[in-house]
Each structure stands twice: as C-alpha cells, then as structure tokens.
Design a binder for this molecule. Structure first.
Ligand SMILES: Cc1ncc(COP(=O)(O)O)c(C=O)c1O
Length: 165
C-alpha cells in the first residue's frame, strides 16, 4: 500500500470520528472537541478517576463517591485506596438518593474529585447532580458523573447539569 493510500485512510478515519463527535455533542449539548471516545463505561470511569488522581496528586489524595456506585467506579476507587488515597463513600436514603449536604460535609481542601453516578443501574434512581455540581463549583472541586445508564434513556444536557456560579 502506498503512503498516499495510508494518508487517505487516515483522513477518512479522522472524518468519521469528527462526524461522530459532532453527532454525540449535539445529543449531549456539548461541543465536539469535548467528546472523547472510549471502549465503554469502565474505561471512561477508570480514565477519569485514575487520571484525576495522577494529575492532581500535588493538590490532594481524597475523593468522594457514593456507596451505590457500579463496580466500574468502586474498583478504581479501591485501587486508589490500596495506594494510599482516601475515599469517602456517602450513604443514600431509602429511595437510593444521595443527599448533596452529605457530599459537602466530607469535602476537604485535599478533595480532588467527586464522582456520583447519574442514574443507578439497578434502581433507576437519578441523583441530584445539579445541586452536587453547585457544591463542587463553590469548593473548586472537579465533578464526574457516570451516566452510562442515562444517555439515550433520559434527556441529558451537560450545560443544564453543570452548575453556573
Ligand atoms: C452505571 C454503569 N456504569 C458503568 C458500567 C460499565 O460499562 P461498560 O460495560 O461499558 O464498561 C455499567 C454497565 O452496565 C453501568 O451500568
């Protein structure tokens, strides 16, 4: 195969990815350059949790999650605990809901990430992400939500979920 043909295939692949990014971004209310493709939920969650831990290791080693997360969140959290990170697991009420005040109460100046799922894969409970987002923004802490079970089932607009200060 000639170099020219290789280049053509590269352009073709780039065009396919760009078109897909535009479609996904329009669906989620984001911009195409904010879209990163992975193999699925587990890879996405691992990338965020371990990536934030590594990138912000000089800021702190504390993360907050809930005790009803999918194993794709719990397992990378357990890994971080095994290398010295502290993870706070906030409880849920009888409806499976996280209380945003509980998230705020365990936040410290060493907290680098809050990761609370959007909708639960077993109960379908949808968490108050906008309220949690406001708390995170006020404390300058990154927020991640595992929306693996939400996209395509409930409307998602990242700008609505993202609190504005
Ligand atoms: C809430 C939630 N997060 C993460 C995952 C993992 O996603 P994947 O199987 O694409 O790695 C699942 C899978 O069902 C899920 O329900």
């Amino acid at each position: 195969m000639s170099d020219c043909k290789n280049h053509e295939l590269g352009i073709e692949a780039k065009t396919v990815i760009e078109n897909a990014s535009e479609k996904v971004a329009a669906f989620l209310g984001s911009t195409p350059h904010e879209i990163v493709f992975t193999s699925g939920g587990s890879e996405s969650n691992n990338t965020v949790i371990k990536g934030v831990a590594h990138t912000y290791k000089n800021k702190g080693s504390h993360m907050i999650t809930s005790n009803i997360e999918h194993p794709a969140i719990i397992n990378p959290c357990k890994y971080l605990e095994s290398i010295g990170y502290k993870i706070s697991y906030v409880p849920v009420d009888q409806y499976g809901m996280v209380n945003p005040a509980d998230v705020e109460s365990v936040m410290t100046d060493r907290t680098v990430l809050v990761t609370i799922m959007h909708s639960n894969n077993e109960t379908g409970t949808i968490q108050p992400i906008e309220e949690i987002s406001k708390i995170c923004r006020a404390h300058h802490v990154l927020l991640h939500t595992d929306a693996s079970q939400s996209v395509g089932k409930v409307p998602i607009d990242v700008n609505e979920h993202r609190a504005r200060s």
